[in-house]
Design a protein around this ligand. Structure first.
Ligand SMILES: [Zn+2]
Length: 272
């Protein structure tokens, strides 16, 4: 089959044997960034999609392997539509990826209720990424015990952006904002998130407890001096403390090493 002079693949939506009335055939075209989710023979070509049941654009897109959270805008025969749109006549569905940097604080047709601040929840498959983002000062809910249901519930109730390597999780309606993390490597994942959401200007390195996700508060050396090792007592003067676990932080060799690693990755702005 051909569409606008290009070869395309046939796809049958819905379950066979449940056809009611006449079939509607549409063409679906995905932007190149969606190649990550598509089988090799689906990439870079229109898909002929036969609707054998009433299906929303969200259903159609996700049946082809793309979670709705990755979609920035959709057009049907050139007209902008949202995820609930149900094609009732033949036409062409163009699916565009979220444009980067993704401004989650600004409303869009697909996400009319933007977030009021940047907050994340990290799935168990990207926990190290979550901890590194906390180190950069971001509010990240991290736990190895979150179930998929809990992640979706927390994301909705607390307006958090979901970070995960689980594509299936992101097909849930409760999750509006997310990033399906591409890289396997935690430091590369940090760069991926910082660039995707345009976060460089929001980094406040070493401002949160990586265990509790709480904002650290300055503490007087005199108040905690009895808790310090002799060397730390001798060479360091500025201290921060977690208001929850009471752990004490100072800018020692670990701080310098982490800061160098982030700097080499280009995470910080040049002035930092
Ligand atoms: Zn803590």
């Amino acid at each position: 089959m051909r569409h606008n002079g290009r070869d395309c693949l046939e796809w049958h939506g819905g379950k066979s044997g449940k056809s009611r009335g006449s079939q509607v055939k549409i063409f679906v075209m995905f932007d190149p960034p969606f190649d990550f989710f598509l089988a090799k023979n689906h990439q870079g070509r229109p898909l002929a999609y036969s609707l054998t049941r009433r299906a929303s654009v969200k259903d159609i897109i996700e049946s082809l392997g793309i979670p709705h959270t990755e979609v920035g805008s959709i057009r049907f025969d050139g007209r902008k539509v949202d995820l609930s749109f149900v094609p009732a006549a033949p036409g062409t569905l163009q699916v565009h990826a979220v444009q980067t940097p993704f401004n989650v604080l600004s409303p869009s047709m697909l996400r009319p209720a933007p977030l009021d601040c940047i907050r994340f929840i990290a799935d168990v498959n990207v926990l190290k990424l979550g901890r590194l983002l906390i180190l950069l000062g971001f509010n990240v809910a991290c736990s190895s015990s979150f179930s998929d249901d809990e992640i979706a519930d927390i994301a909705q109730a607390q307006s958090r952006i979901v970070l995960t390597r689980d594509t299936l999780l992101l097909k849930r309606k409760k999750i509006a904002f997310a990033r399906r993390i591409r890289s396997n490597l935690p430091y590369e994942q940090v760069l991926e998130v910082v660039e995707f959401f345009g976060l460089r200007h929001l980094i406040v390195f070493f401002s949160r407890c990586t265990a509790c996700n709480k904002q650290l508060v300055p503490v007087s050396k005199n108040d905690i001096i009895h808790l310090l090792e002799p060397r730390t007592r001798q060479y360091f003067f500025d201290f921060l403390q977690c208001p929850q676990c009471r752990k004490i932080f100072w800018k020692g060799s670990h701080y310098d090493a982490m800061k160098n690693t982030f700097s080499h990755l280009g995470i910080f702005s040049k002035k930092e």
